[in-house]
Design a protein around this ligand. Structure first.
Ligand SMILES: Nc1ncnc2c1ncn2[C@@H]1O[C@H](COP(=O)(O)OP(=O)(O)OP(=O)(O)O)[C@@H](O)[C@H]1O
Ligand SMILES: [Mg+2]
Ligand SMILES: [Mg+2]
Length: 496
């Protein structure tokens, strides 16, 4: 793995990165109230008296949120703490009516774990292990709206009280690529587990990016923390910018302040938001309204039993059982949507062809990863609803049987996407079937050879490369519909 270094005036610098990822827990209700959590609702329509911090309201932990955080911890091989507790993090802000956030500082639900990440997507086998310090559960705050009125700000409390998992990494990353890979892998696992939808655009997953620089081998330097970064690309940009900025500050005789910064996507730069409050400024103390959480074995057992096959295990199985290349296996297992589509089409293709999955696995992989997306991108009036598992499997099966060739398969798919017609019927009525009629193919080949007597002579004289020319001419004469295997076979016989 290549080492990322920043070249300064005084030599090479290493960058040290730790990420705090806030992931919204997939749950119909909030962490301590029954209010709904749907994205995009009208402001203040999903607020209970608990979320609005009315006096005398008491929080009641939502079992499903705890369950999802525990399952997430299990998915990263983390220590699950059977005893944990909620603390109040006190601060004043207009989007926080309680005056404190219920979080977990001293006894988090989930302790140490780790993720194996692949900084180079082309080489998913080259992994680096990144430690996770802990996962704690906490409430989200509301949102201030500054664009509704010229002189007033409004408050939307829909998000107030929504359950978040804060997943805190160790300062183990050393390059933008590693940090990008960490966020991708974490997102992938959250989506497999189903504990967070991973939608960074809608804010379901946001990263606080901690960056410091040091000379290789030195102690850690002072970190800055850039808040609420909401895409993989932005995380990488923040690191690139911050690391270079810090090197400049130090090399020009200054010191890096431990502070909170904001990222500006328009310029790709960060700027000071506030200097870092020390943790004790929050006056953390155990929330007296809540009992400690105690998890029993049955609950833990249920959490573990409900975990799906996870990305790494699935990737290895695709390689070992289905014989896929490491690259294809990595691409297909990176996201839930992709592997679900793959597995559905693979199963249907095996059924349709009567072959074991292993025998069609690579063909289906190429179809799902490259052929189908290529056709889809080029088809303007494609209707997503026509892109069914059955239709895809139908086309792949036609090709596997030699009924259609690669070119015809694409044409059929295009028609499927536009019209929803059935692949077998399209192949039949649109004249897209390959000819396997040896007599017909032989006749065409005889003509091709007769028209190119000089080339036949050269071929027989040892110019082997001309074989491809004869195949090409035959296919052209047959408008691409000759069965390639049969064309090859007859040509070989005829040319001797
Ligand atoms: N020297 C360093 N350089 C880069 N990252 C660091 C360094 N030291 C710590 N970190 C990272 O900073 C993060 C600290 O997060 P943590 O939640 O523990 O505390 P915090 O940021 O002070 O608290 P808060 O949750 O209130 O923001 C971790 O991801 C850790 O890996
Ligand atoms: Mg934190
Ligand atoms: Mg932080």
């Amino acid at each position: 793995m290549s080492t990322y270094r920043i070249q300064g005036a005084t030599g090479e610098w290493e960058v040290v990165i730790g990420l705090e990822v806030h992931a919204q827990v997939t749950s119909k209700a909030k962490l301590f109230s029954g209010a709904a959590t749907a994205f995009g609702a009208e402001p203040n329509t999903q607020v209970s008296l608990v979320d609005a911090a009315m006096p005398g309201m008491l929080p009641v932990p939502n079992r499903e949120c705890i369950r999802q955080a525990v399952r997430t911890g299990m998915a990263i091989d983390a220590q699950i703490n059977k005893w944990s507790r909620f603390d109040r993090k006190n601060y004043f802000y207009a989007d926080l009516p309680q005056g404190y956030q219920i979080s977990q500082l001293y006894h988090p639900l989930v302790g140490e774990g780790h993720l194996d990440v692949s900084p180079d997507e082309k080489n998913p086998e080259a992994t680096k292990r990144i430690g996770v310090e802990r996962i704690h559960v906490e409430q989200d705050a509301g949102k201030l709206m500054h664009d509704q009125h010229p002189t007033m700000s409004y408050v939307d409390l829909n998000r107030s009280g929504v359950a978040l998992m804060e997943i805190v990494s160790k300062p183990d990353m050393r390059s933008p690529a590693e940090a990008g890979a960490y966020v991708r892998k974490l997102r992938s696992i959250l989506r497999y587990v189903g504990s967070c939808d991973g939608n960074m655009e809608e804010g379901s997953m946001r990263a606080d990016v901690n960056v410091s620089v040091r000379k290789p081998g030195d102690e850690f330097g002072t970190r800055t923390e850039t808040k609420n970064v909401n895409s993989v690309r932005f995380v990488m940009q923040v690191i690139e910018y911050e690391a270079n900025r810090q090197v400049d500050v130090i090399e020009s005789g200054g010191t890096v302040d431990q502070e909170t910064r904001l990222f500006d996507p328009d310029t790709g730069t960060t700027r000071t938001m506030r200097s870092k409050e020390d943790a004790h400024d929050y006056r953390y103390f155990p929330d007296p309204d809540l009992l400690p959480l105690e998890l029993d074995d049955a609950f833990l057992h249920d959490c573990r039993e409900s975990l799906p096959e996870l990305p790494d295990a699935k990737r290895h199985r695709y390689e070992n059982e289905l014989g896929l290349s490491a690259y294809n296996a990595g691409q297909l297992t990176a996201d839930v949507d992709v592997y679900q589509r793959y597995e559905a089409i693979l199963g249907a293709t095996a059924d349709k062809t009567g072959k074991p999955e292993k025998d069609v696995a690579t063909q289906v992989a190429n179809w799902v990863l490259s052929v189908a997306p290529g056709v889809k991108n080029a088809t303007e009036d494609a209707d997503e609803a026509n892109d069914t598992t059955v239709a895809n499997a139908g086309i792949i099966a036609l090709q596997a049987a030699g009924t259609v060739g690669g070119g015809q398969a694409k044409e059929i798919y295009e028609i499927v996407l536009k019209t929803g017609r059935e692949p077998d019927e399209i192949a039949e009525t649109e004249g897209l079937k390959q000819t396997s009629d040896t007599g017909a193919i032989e006749a065409v080949i005889d003509e091709v050879l007769a028209n190119n007597a000089d080339k036949v002579e050269e071929y027989r004289g040892g110019k082997d490369k001309l074989f491809g020319f004869f195949v090409g001419q035959t296919m052209k004469a047959m408008k691409g519909k000759g069965n390639p295997a049969i064309v090859n076979e007859i040509l070989k016989t005829k040319l001797g």
